[in-house]
Design a protein around this ligand. Sequence first.
Ligand code: SAH
Length: 267
Amino acid sequence: MADAAKPGKVWLIGAGPGAADLLTLRAARLLEQADIVFYDALVNAETIALAVRAKTVAVGKRCGRLSAAQRFINKRLIDAAREHDTVVRLKGGDPMMFGRAQEEIDALVAAGIDCEVVPGVTAALAASAQVGVSLTRRALARSVTFATPSVGLDEAPSDWAASVLAADTAILYMASRDAGAIATALIARGKPAGMPVAVVRNASLPDSEVLFTTLAGLCAGLGGDGRPAVLCLGEVYREALQRACAVGLQGQHSGDLLWPQAANGRC
Ligand code: SAH
C-alpha cells in the first residue's frame, strides 16, 4: 500500500478518440488494476467502466484551460500517488498530443513520483481512418503537420499557420469554432482557396460525421454542435471532395457524408 514515504505510480493513459475498443491492451489492463482514475471530459463512459475496482474522478475542463485548474489536477495526482499504488490519469486520444501531459509529468517528477505514459490513438489518426484517405498518399503528400490555432489564456500567440503552410497535409485540433477565421487567414497567407478540406466530427464514434469542402467554403464557418472535430487540409482529400460534390449536386447524401451549403455548386 502506497504512502508519502513510498508513493505509488501514476500512469498517463491515452483513451483513444472515443470508441472504447480503440484502447490499447496495456491501457485496458492498467485500468482493471487501477485504484483511482482521473479522467477527462472526452473519455467514453465504456472506457471508464473498465476500471472496475477504482474510484473514478472527472477532472475535465473543456474550454477555459486555466492553468489554476491544471495545477489543481497536478496536486490531486501527487496526493493520490501518496495514497494508492496504481493511479491512472486517463486522457482523450494520446496524452502527448495537446493533452497537457508535460505539466503533469513535470509535477510528478518534481514530487519524486514515478510515472509512465501509455499511448493512445490520436484524433488525427482516427479521423484519417474515418475518411479513408491516407495522410501521406504517395506522390501527393510527404509531410504532415498536427497543429492547433488555439492558445491558452496563459500562453503566447503561436504562428500555427506557418506549420500548415509548410506541410502537404495538415490536421488542425481545437479549430472548428474558429474555422471561418482560420480558413480566411490561411488563404491570406497563400494557401489556395480551392484546397480541399475534410471536417471530421466525433471520429470513431457511431454519430461521427465527415463533411467535405474547400478552404473558400470553410470561410463561412462551421456550426459547432459540441462534438469535437478536426479540420483536415490537403490535396490528398481532392478525390473524396469531388465524390462528395458529385453526390451533393444531385441533392442526395449518403451515410455520414455531408457537405456545407457554401461548397455546394462550386466544387
Ligand atoms: N489528446 C487528444 C487531443 C486533445 S485536444 C488527442 O490526441 O486526440 C481536443 C481536440 O481533439 C478537440 O477539440 C478536437 O479537435 C480533437 N478531437 C478529440 N477527439 C476527437 C474525435 N473523436 N473526433 C474528432 N476530433 C477529436
